[in-house]
Design a protein. Structure first.
Length: 228
């Protein structure tokens, strides 16, 4: 047996033990939904043992990001992914597939968007835009996709946010922001799936923050109509 196959077999045998250890998230079930609680990953300055893949993003000066409308526009709102149980064989034969149930994705999206404050924005999700604000951007945001799945010893997520920027004196501009997350899968835990979804939506919010900062600086965005 090769070292890779030996390591895989060892981890698969250890999963029941890892899942039973205190402090780790418990295994997924068919009926229990994920918590859908957004927790941001540490910023670059909070990662002393690893170099960040992306440089920190900051808005040069204060900008208010108004988010008057945040919707869950997914076609299938009950599910946020799937768990595939594989046989530890050379060809990884699937044994079973189960759907991952989700909770309130609207509140989850709202909390993720509020995390744009770490990039220098003042985020307002309830108050209407102020005509007196010198630097501001108004955007309606819809969650179009939130999906996580297992790939052997890894978890992967894909999150899509669709943003409609309301530009004064111009037609609205629609953009889509895709975020991907990945992490090691130790025990098919509910917390593990939730954390990889958080990584995905965080990356999507970061992409949105880059464009929102450009709008605050008076720069125009090319119109890219999102697919329905």
């Amino acid at each position: 047996m090769t070292s890779r196959r030996a390591w895989r077999a060892l981890v698969l045998c250890a999963l029941p033990v890892l899942g039973a250890m205190p402090g780790l998230s418990h295994a997924l079930t068919e009926t229990e939904p994920l918590s859908m609680v957004f927790e941001p990953a540490p910023e670059a300055a909070e990662r002393p043992n690893s170099a960040p893949a992306v440089q920190p993003l900051r808005v040069a000066s204060g900008c208010t990001l108004y988010l008057p409308k945040i919707d869950d526009a997914r076609l299938y709102k009950a599910s946020v992914g799937n768990l595939t149980v594989m046989m530890p064989t050379l060809h990884a034969t699937p044994v079973s597939v189960q759907s991952i149930q989700g909770g309130d994705a609207g509140a989850w999206t709202r909390d993720a968007l509020r995390s744009a404050s770490r990039y220098g924005f003042q985020v307002a999700t309830a108050a209407p835009p102020s005509p007196a604000a010198a630097r501001q951007v108004t955007a309606d945001v819809a969650l179009r996709l939130a999906h996580a799945w297992s790939t052997g010893l890894n978890l992967v997520s894909h999150v899509v946010l669709q943003t409609t920027y309301r530009l004064p004196g111009a037609e609205p501009v629609v953009r889509q922001y895709h975020g991907m997350g990945t992490r090691t899968n130790w025990a098919n835990g509910n917390g593990e799936y939730m954390s990889v979804l958080n990584l995905g939506i965080e990356e999507a919010v970061r992409g949105m923050a880059t464009d929102a900062a450009a709008v605050c600086d008076g720069k125009s965005l090319p119109a890219r109509v999102a697919a329905p």
